[in-house]
Design a protein around this ligand. Structure first.
Ligand code: SD4
Length: 323
């Protein structure tokens, strides 16, 4: 019955689409023409525990925003994950500096970049969104804001991360290599039981980067973009390449033009390959979902994966790639 209703809704949408012209998808939804998407969580790379945490929130009927925040917090606190939060690899000066952003179903967003000493940059980003008139706070200002709001200062440099920095210093070469920097930045997208979409992204950035370097992950439209009427996208890999193409925004805009998430991710990767000469030397991956609950992912090189959670089941999926 539900399927039949969905089918009728889709056919109706097809036949009246032209007549409705510019009327937004939100208006379509209100009019009952668009079916609500199924609740789900997707996240970049292979962090099943993060999805499990997020799914618990969604299962209870919680907001997608809470789900993605809770999900990525788990990775931020994990010393074994050397690309995110506590335990992240430092910059070339031995400092762990963090980037994160979050975006809700209304298009509100918050972000922190070049933040040090705070275990959960994603929650600081959320507070920037909810408590300030700004979108982004950086460096010492972000730290000051975090401390004023009750976050504790923590030493984020673990012995393992320090060891990898000591090893790197022997040659001190900054050469980003495909997947080798163990880029497992977490970008997570969620759809709640109410059908609303939110996303989060958090990272310690490229290992041994220049002090002060900020990547794509805290930049709305680059590392993350959510438009609840269309869908959402996150990026991972070499931030500079993602920023140059406004990657996540591009993927969402391609979906707005009618592409399914998979085609949109592929086109965004093709755009990078076409425009950026060094593509053989770096990795970029996009992960996206749309309002119909379709998921897509694609990368320049093999190795990119994501975790898909639906109906409480967690599935690791290997993304396709151009090479
Ligand atoms: C950055 N995009 O700072 C991040 C790194 C990343 O998986 O995604 N790692 O460039």
């Amino acid at each position: 019955m539900a399927d039949r209703r969905k089918f009728i809704a889709r056919s109706l949408l097809g036949s009246v689409g032209i007549a409705l012209g510019n009327i937004s998808r939100a208006a379509h939804r209100q009019a009952g023409i668009l079916a609500a998407p199924p609740p789900m969580v997707v996240s970049t790379w292979n962090n099943v525990p993060a999805n499990k945490t997020a799914w618990k929130v969604i299962k209870k009927g919680g907001r997608a925003l809470d789900a993605v925040e809770q999900g990525v917090r788990r990775v931020e606190a994990d010393p074994e994950d050397m690309s995110v939060g506590y335990g992240g690899r430092p910059d070339r000066d031995g400092k762990v500096t963090l980037d994160a952003c979050i975006m809700d179903e209304e298009g509100n967003c918050g972000s922190v970049c070049f933040l040090q000493h705070i275990m959960h940059p994603i929650s600081v980003a959320r507070l920037v969104m909810e408590k300030t008139p700004h979108v982004m706070l950086a460096g010492d200002g972000a730290l000051q804001f975090a401390l004023e709001n009750g976050f504790r200062q923590t030493n984020l440099l673990t012995a393992d991360a320090e060891k990898s920095w000591e090893e790197w210093k022997v040659k001190s070469q900054y050469q980003p290599v495909i997947n080798i920097e163990n880029h497992d930045t977490i970008g997570m997208l969620g759809i709640g039981q109410d059908g609303r979409i939110a996303g989060a992204c958090t990272t310690s950035g490229a290992a041994f980067k220049m002090h002060g370097r900020v990547g794509d992950s805290p930049i709305i439209g680059a590392g993350l973009f959510v438009d609840d009427e269309i869908g959402a996208a996150v990026a991972t890999g070499l931030g500079e390449a993602v920023i140059k193409t406004a990657g996540s925004f591009l993927v969402v805009e391609l979906m707005r033009q009618g592409m399914p998430p998979q085609a949109a991710c592929e086109e965004a990767i093709r755009r990078i390959i076409r425009k950026q000469k060094g593509y053989r030397e770096f990795q970029v991956g996009f992960l996206a979902l749309n309002r119909e609950g379709m998921v897509g992912a694609y990368a320049i090189h093999p190795g990119f994966s994501y975790v898909l959670t639906r109906d409480g089941a967690h599935e690791m999926v290997q993304a396709g790639s151009s090479f």
